[in-house]
Ligand binder design. Structure first.
Ligand code: F2R
Ligand code: MG
Ligand code: MG
Ligand code: MG
Length: 345
């Protein structure tokens, strides 16, 4: 890939995050979403005449923004700097729909004056740590920053997650999302996407991550590999999986284990047409489908959008859809700066 198409993939990835969050947020925690209503929502947003107030982003993009800004300012991953930005961002704009428990970490970090940035996360849920998708939902800038260093990406995805999420399925979810974006970045969208190969490679890579689960008090020591295998079965269905099956088997909750594989599924499923989603654009299809599943719509659409945007590139994303999203210029700028930093070195 030449650097022009990689630049487009960087933009596609971060714009994909933002669009998924902004467009999915109005539906978060809805469990019955009319396909017709959603089709009209997207048609209107894509159309030239529809004037609506800007769609506001939520905690997903707020934390993604902190990570992107920190990587750009420090030109490396600096956990302390990221922690400070999370806290500053939260206290400036606390009403972005943060997870119920993660805000305790921000209060504790501020109180202890950042002496131990990884400390408060370890105390969450009586020491069990958070298994929410909050680390996965913000990891995309790191996947861009480490696009040419896979081992570093694995290491930093985990470290960045552990500022808030110390439960194994919490940080492994961030690692899986980072790997999915990484794979998309390195594929040529002009060639047909090999859906089964994409998922088999994810399972193979997760088999190197999920190795030391014995100490966990859970039935399945390889939960992500299990979910990804179930995803493959759903992708293989000739008639296409039903929404209920996706919800029941892969999940649509705030738990990373029941939302990251779902987001990956949305990207792969939307490579080909889906009933009741009328569009020729597979990027739009990805986020429209993600939202149609209900539940944690902003976060699943954000993660699916990051993977799809990194695959299809910026030019695949409708301009009018972008115009409805708060901070769209900032997000394209982050992508351009991250590209400049990581390609010119
Ligand atoms: N907070 C939300 N959505 C709730 C608001 C719903 C909606 N606006 C409405 O009601 O209309 N969304 C944002 O939170 C998710 C990311 O959360 P994060 O950052 O992981 O936070 P937290 O607090 O660590 O975890 C989230 C919840 O997961 C459960 N949980 C996590 N670990 C647990 C454990 N070890 N034991 C038990 N429960 C655990 C808790 O319920 C946490 O509060 C994204 O969806 C983002 O958009
Ligand atoms: Mg949110
Ligand atoms: Mg959410
Ligand atoms: Mg490099």
């Amino acid at each position: 890939l030449d650097s022009i198409s990689l630049a487009s993939k960087f933009r596609g990835c971060l714009v994909g995050c933002l669009l998924g969050d902004c467009l999915g947020a109005p539906y978060e925690a809805d469990y019955v979403i009319s396909k017709t209503v959603l089709q009209k929502y997207f048609d209107k947003l894509e159309g030239p005449y529809f004037k609506s107030p800007v769609k506001q982003y939520t905690d997903d993009a707020a934390m993604t923004k902190c990570l992107a800004e920190s990587l750009i300012a420090q030109q490396k991953f600096d956990a302390l700097d990221v922690a400070k930005r999370f806290v500053k961002e939260y206290f400036n704009e606390p009403r972005r729909g943060y997870g119920q428990q993660v805000v305790d970490i921000f209060h504790k970090l501020r109180a202890q004056k950042f002496v131990d940035p990884f400390g408060p996360a370890k105390e969450q849920f009586d020491g069990l740590g958070s298994y929410g998708n909050g680390a996965a939902m913000r990891v995309a800038p790191l996947a861009l920053f480490c696009h040419s260093n896979y081992e570093e990406l694995l290491h930093l995805a985990r470290q960045s997650a552990e500022l808030t999420h110390t439960h194994k399925t919490g940080y492994d979810g961030a690692i899986l999302q980072a790997i999915a974006v990484h794979q998309s970045l390195h594929l040529d969208p002009k060639q047909t996407l090999d859906v089964q190969n994409f998922s088999s490679r994810l399972i193979e890579k997760m088999s190197q991550i999920e190795v030391d689960c014995d100490d966990l008090n859970i039935d399945d020591p390889y939960p992500y590999q299990t979910q990804l295998k179930k995803m493959q079965v759903l992708l293989d269905k000739e008639e296409g999986a039903h929404h209920k099956e996706v919800e029941n088997i892969l999940g649509n909750s705030v738990a990373a284990l029941y939302s990251v594989p779902t987001a990956i599924f949305c990207f792969l499923r939307a490579f080909t047409p889906i009933p009741e989603i009328e569009t020729d654009n597979p990027f739009r299809r990805t986020i429209q489908y993600a939202i149609s599943l209900g539940g944690d719509t902003d976060t699943i659409a954000n993660m699916a959008g990051a993977i799809a945007g990194a695959y299809y590139g910026y030019d695949s994303i409708n301009d009018n859809l972008q115009k409805h999203c708060e901070a769209i210029e900032q997000f394209t700028e982050y992508a351009d700066k991250l590209h400049k930093i990581t390609v010119s070195e």
